[in-house]
Write a protein of this length. Sequence first.
Length: 557
Amino acid sequence: MAEVIITMPAYRAEATVAKTVADIPAHLAGRIILVDDASPDDTVRVARDLGIQVIVHPENRGYGGNQKTCYVEALNAGAEVIVLLHPDYQYDPKAVPLLIAPILAGDADMTFGSRFAGLGDPIGGGMPFYRFLGNRVTTVAENVMLGSRFTDMHSGLRAYTRSCLLSLPFRKYADDFRFDSQLIVDAVTSGRRVVEVPIPTRYTKESSSINIGSSLEYVGGSIVYCARRTAQRGRRCRRSPVTIKGLRSGPRLGPGPAVKQTCILCGSSEQTLVYPANVHGPVPVEEFACTTFALGQHDDIIRCDRCGLLSARPTLSDEAIVENYTNVEDPMYLAEEIGRRELFDWICSAMDGYVTPGRSLLEIGSNVGLFLDVAVKRGWDAVGYEPSRWAVGQGKKRFGVNLRQGTIETLEEPDGSADTIVMLDVLEHLNDPLEGLKRLRTMINEEGLLILSTVDATSLHARLRGERWPWFIRSHLWYFTPQTLDALLKTAGFKMIEWTVVPRSFHLSYIAHRAGSSQGALGAAISRVSDIVDPKLPVGWLGDVIFVAARPSAAPA
């Protein structure tokens, strides 16, 4: 049988932990981890006397904080199935075999015990009425938003597969009771198979509970979180790129001349010219800077008729492109250093939500090393590779980061050595992103994390601007849709687990500098205004840049 570990988040459980453990079926009682959240009573002594593994928080971290430790410890111990069982004897330990049965049968990624399903009678079992009412209100509201039909979305008896917990950013959830709701909402809206199992319940004076004020805060917070997630991902995750099944063509961009060129993703040689080149002649090395002013100036852009992958037909050879990246200098990049650091801190927070085997980080395309500097300050052992000689020199001089000159094609790192690999606004620049990802697949730990950001050809801004979208530039060789990026990752041996819009903000003067040449009179007007007032403006809502997290899956095709 799969390795099952039962975790117990304990607080003031001195009087109930022994009988809870005693009622766990004998074949499951061998692996128990109890995490005590700085209980002021004798919970720790009693639990240790029972011979189970005990971890003690030196200070109270809250119910959600306790669960985070439970799950991290269980994953580190090699659990394939992780059970959450409260040691307050509220949930019947004898129900654990029923709880994990759908998981062991391969029919569920997550299960939870429902006190309302079947012949369940929570009120008869002693559930306080205010908790009953709060449960009913939130369960109904969340079902409507999620498109689900659960009877009890706030149960504290749960079980998960290892891969389910690794696919959820549970370390960034709330440390209070909202943790439960956030986890189940994310599980549903990311396509996890969630199954509820009827269970009995009982409430005694020793059962853990929250007061009315905390209950109201929990209800409000749960509904708000569910509303935000379903707005982003759709009912039953219908708008979430994470749940895409199969390779489907991207958005229709209109007819155009046929082009014969082999698609790196599906192998088809039938492609269509959708946007002809609007600039010709030599490509200045300055266009390969991150802050290039040549927005909206592009080579021919073609679309694969079979899979929908958008790509450019560059006038430069692969070798010339690499040479330009090697020689480019980009002093304007640091003009928005504060804003970039804020963005990189957001990205670090997002990836820190996931459990990784360790803290080794490999970044591809580091520019001057700002992200490396932020990551190191957050406890990562980070190394970066960057083709620009100028950028590598600047990074070492200014920030003292471990930055090396090189490209993804020349990268040599030991197999399985990276716990996290990061590529921010890099994938669209690679000569062959599929081969690049396949190379990285050998270097990442089998339970590591791949973090990407790239431009989204289906964004609101891209749809509105069409051929004049600013991110059609000569240094961008590829333009991804959710479907094509998902297929690219799968072919390279990765599985997407998160897709979200990157929240970016820039000063008006910086926007004017970047957009002036592509916006004509409007760009000139923006530039004049920025000379007078220079506010910081949010631009993430345009949806141009997306954040993607992925885990290794099958070996590359």
